[in-house]
Design a protein around this ligand. Structure first.
Ligand code: GTP
Ligand code: MG
Length: 453
């Protein structure tokens, strides 16, 4: 099966590398606001299960008018033009005088098709005609992409001009194009050369399947994280109660550090699953506030008291248990009354609301002091909320996007509400089990509906 290769070509700073980065799902490709960032042709292979193709990122045209002049001296008629371009690429003087044009034309001479990239937010100008003319001289299959970098103002103007040189013209924004738009573009590529159509058909089918698998894997990562965080306890042997008291802060620290590190590792796995290896992330550490029901910052992540009572009802918990939840929330009262103590006292005092050190006698003497696991009913929702937010961001983030991913929480409840009632109920039931440190079979399958496209 013939594999396609596309050289992405254009003026400097028009988003060529951005397009390669997004289509290849590769966040290592250099992109920058500085013109002339790409200085050498860079071949990027895209491999899927049953197919593959190549994108070639190239430097921008620097002196197209002079290059065209050079070429015109070498070809008297149309049949000689492609050979003139080939001569240009292998000519040592040209390699020295026009390094950028040699770099960008070489892959085309070697058999790649052309993706010509322009900026739809800037006016068309005749100066682009030398570039398009040179590309036409190669005789290779080609299409044009209009990247609306700062808007659509000149897209129509560009479309008319490009139609003079290219049979196929598409608008494609490497920052915002969703998965479906990327697949659509790949499908268009297939039309450039009938020899590639089988391969590209396999490619798009593979990519769609891979995306489905990614969602399943994301659910598996969350399932493990939930089970781990809900079950974890830090413990240590001690001789007596006095010693237990002295090691309290150490146990608490061990516990909290482990919880944070475990969540962090799961997030890294999630990002790697979507081939994002360099995304700068700004996320608050997973801190355990004194009271998971009432601390302001947790509302955004977990469920509030009322929602939690409703969830309990949906999950089919006994009426008494639901009432307990409201009472459990009365530590809110404690918080309110004892605000001074909580605020000014040690962190330990506050954490005591959620968790406390337990002391257990050991058969051969001495004690085991332990901290955790957390059995607050809201806790699984908090973990789900944080993870799902990041899933939504990263699974839709194009690889050309390089800014910091900041966490701006939305209510998890909204997403759970969108599910069918049986799915909702199943999730509330597993959260209830998790908060009691029960092992949940097929947790990932229950969570799967939360991972929407
Ligand atoms: N907002 C926005 N910015 C874009 C878009 N495409 C590219 N950019 C930005 O434009 C700048 C240039 O993008 P590159 O992809 O490096 O452009 P290039 O054509 O490869 O540039 P050279 O390698 O220098 O020729 C970068 O700062 C990109 O972030 C877009 O669709 N929208
Ligand atoms: Mg570049």
């Amino acid at each position: 099966m013939k594999r396609a290769a596309f050289a992405v070509i254009g003026h400097p700073n028009k988003g060529k590398s951005s397009i390669v980065s997004t289509l290849a799902r590769n966040d290592e490709i250099l992109i920058s606001p500085q013109s002339g960032t790409t200085v050498e042709a860079n071949r990027v292979r895209i491999e899927t299960e049953n197919a593959g193709y190549e994108l070639i990122d190239t430097p921008g045209f620097q002196r197209p008018t002079q290059v065209l002049k050079w070429l015109k001296q070498r070809a008297n008629s149309a049949d000689q033009r492609a050979a003139a371009v080939a001569e240009f690429v292998s000519d040592s003087n040209c390699q020295e005088n026009f390094p950028d044009e040699v770099q960008l034309l070489k892959p085309v001479i070697d058999g790649a098709a052309i993706l010509y990239v322009v900026d739809g937010s800037r006016p068309y100008g005749a100066e682009y005609e030398s570039e398009m003319e040179i590309l036409r001289w190669t005789g290779r299959p080609s299409m044009a992409l209009i990247n609306p970098i700062e808007g659509n103002d000149y897209v129509d103007e560009w479309s008319s001009a490009l139609a003079q040189y290219f049979k196929t013209v598409r608008v494609f924004n490497p920052m915002l194009a969703e998965f479906a738009a990327q697949i659509e573009l790949l499908t268009t590529f297939a039309h450039l050369n009938p020899e590639w159509s089988n391969n590209i058909e396999n490619l798009t089918a593979d990519l769609k399947r891979a995306r489905q698998t990614q969602r399943q894997r994301a659910a598996i990562i969350l399932a493990r994280l939930l089970q781990d965080l809900c079950d974890f306890r830090a413990s240590q042997k001690v001789l007596d109660q006095a010693q237990a008291e002295t090691i309290q802060p150490i146990l608490v620290e061990t516990y909290q550090n482990w919880m944070k590190a475990t969540e962090r590792k799961a997030i890294e796995k999630l990002f790697a699953l979507y081939q994002h290896f360099h995304t700068p992330l700004e996320i608050d550490q997973l801190e355990l506030p004194p009271d998971l029901f009432d601390c302001e910052q947790w509302y955004a992540w977990g469920l509030n008291k009322k929602q939690l009572v409703a969830a309990a009802a949906v999950a089919g918990m006994a009426a008494g248990a639901a009432a307990d939840l409201v009472v459990a929330g009365s530590s809110f009262m404690l918080g309110a009354i004892g605000g001074g103590i909580l605020g000014g006292g040690t962190a330990w005092f506050g954490a005591d609301k959620l968790l406390e050190i337990k002391l257990k006698g050991l058969p051969l003497g001495g004690y085991e002091a332990s901290y955790g696991p957390i059995s607050n009913r809201n806790f699984p929702y908090v973990i789900i909320g944080r993870f799902l937010f990041l899933y939504q961001q990263i699974s839709r983030r194009n690889h050309a996007v390089r800014d910091t991913l900041t966490v701006n929480p939305k209510a998890l409840q909204l997403q759970i509400d969108q599910l069918e009632s049986s799915q909702k109920k199943a999730i509330h039931q597993v959260c209830e089990k998790l908060s009691k440190q029960k092992v949940v079979e097929d947790l990932d399958k229950t969570l799967a509906p939360l991972f929407s496209e």
